[in-house]
Design a protein around this ligand. Sequence first.
Ligand code: GLC
Length: 646
Amino acid sequence: MLEVSPAAKRVLGVLPLFEDILGDLAARDQQLFRLRLARQFQNLYDGLEPLYGHRPDFETFLGRVVGKLAESYRDRPEALKTLDLERELSPDWFQLESMIGYVAYAERFAGTLAGVADKLDYLGELGVTYLHLMSVLRAREGENDGGYAVADYLAVEPALGTMRDLENLCATLRESGVSLCLDLVLNHCADTHAWAEAARAGDAHYQAYFYSYPDRAVPERFEATLPEVFPDLAPGNFTFVPAMKRWVWTTFNTYQWDLNYTNPEVFLEVVTILLGLANRGVEVFRLDAVAFMWKRLGTNSQNQPEVHMLLQALRACSRVAAPAVVHKAEAIVSPGDLVRYFGTGKHFGKVSNLAYHNSLMVQFWAALASRDTRLMTQVLRSFPPTPPGTAWATYVRCHDDIGWAVTDEDAAAVGLDGTAHRSFLSDYYAGLFAGSHAVGEIFAYNPETNDRRISGTLASLAGLEQALAQDDSYGVELSTERILLGYALMLGFGGIPLLYMGDELGLLNDYSFAEHPDTRDDNRWLHRPHMDWQAAEKRSRQGTLEARLFSGVKQLIAARCNTPQLHAGYQTEVLDVHPQLLVFVRPHPLGTLLALHNFSERTQVLALSALSAYTFTEATDRLSGETLTPQGGLLELPPYARLWLV
Ligand code: GLC
């Protein structure tokens, strides 16, 4: 029997609404809903009670939430209800070693949503099973933070198509075994969203959807401890809105208004939106900027405990009304805060299914620059295990900048000064450090903290742009190996690897953003190029760089899909054995996977005795298919080599 607390049981017992709503469904369908609700109600209740339980209308509110779940379930198309059952029968579907993610701006990849379906063959060549399309929902006109200022969550960006096109695309993808992931920007909406328009016009109901203040008194008190996300583009965290004569909370750009989750109506709106999109066929929700969803005076208003309650409640909702759906937390936060997005403590495993492994990405770039893996090893070894039933989203590049999320403590643990090291990394990737191979740009320079983040594509940051410009064939060789090292790491670490559009072909920085008024102030567009389909054509022409990279990536993917040790349900244990190598094991009943990566352009030698329990005399490399029998207890790794030994 499920354990339901007396309080939750009492509330569940008096919930009146859903029986009527489900009335016309077949008995078995009704029964399924009741079973799922009974299974998840405690999680929903525990998420919301601490936030809204003090309100006299709390029970009515819960009734409205459950009513909304019932309505969404009633309206869920049959094909998706079948998918719900399939997913409940294979709850590890998103943890499988065959999961391969691809991330693209819909428009930059294929023009329209219908166009995306035409690119299925290309995605199929890579074995893609998960497609994250960005900037799909109707965004604010003009500047819109690359689509992250949403003006209507239930409409498609007109240039891309319609909601019907989205539904069709989801169905086509589903038939091909590809899950569609969309962003759900829940920390803020555009200042042109209907809620913001109504608030601006003086509607008190909608003003309560946001945080706004008549003067600077409260904002100043918050500002004392708030960092700035875009210190140069959008300094400060509040924007004066003349029509309201109030200061509105705007963590990101001035036109992105933070939503106020102390108001339960906002939570209910988000549930409605999420389930509405789920019923169109969206299977994965990338919950954007979740760290910022709850504010607390005297703190940086990130990663507050209430965020995890909200996310637990939201996840419980989709598990009742659309169980095929999974949630991915986009929390680009320091290592100590990251694992909490899977759920720790009382939220264990209940918060999100997926979370970005920002630290892995940062440490990849840090180790490449320093040719030293000690910091990486230190950081990755300190990560607690992930709860069963969750998975990392691993990546080398995404559409955002790279921020050097390296703590002073971790740096000090390997004898580095945190400030100096972060500064070195920025210099290195902005090409300001003598001998750097990288071509990137500084993003979001903050003179107060001296923090400098980095923009640039995988290929340009890995050295390809510079090597090509200098006609340096050795440089091209090295940068190609660096790129493939990055792919090997993200494909082999455990979790869903997210390939960022164009990286598989080595697309370089795109400087054209500087010519357009809506993008010129934000150099993250440097690494958001249009897909180069001519370059893609060259992937089948032997001898081209594109063919080398694309086939290299394909080979890694094929190896991943044949390596059951890479199922995300197994843990990664990083070993501290060599200052230029990243070495980890993934113990598995079919044999432990031992992965080794050389982060330098020199051959490195590892004494196998350092591996203690994991040492071997013979092993198969899943990447090359070769059998290794190291001589004299030594293993030699050529420049940037990667081995997956079983
Ligand atoms: C996320 C997005 C980023 C955007 C920010 C604000 O971090 O990835 O592109 O600027 O949220 O919405």
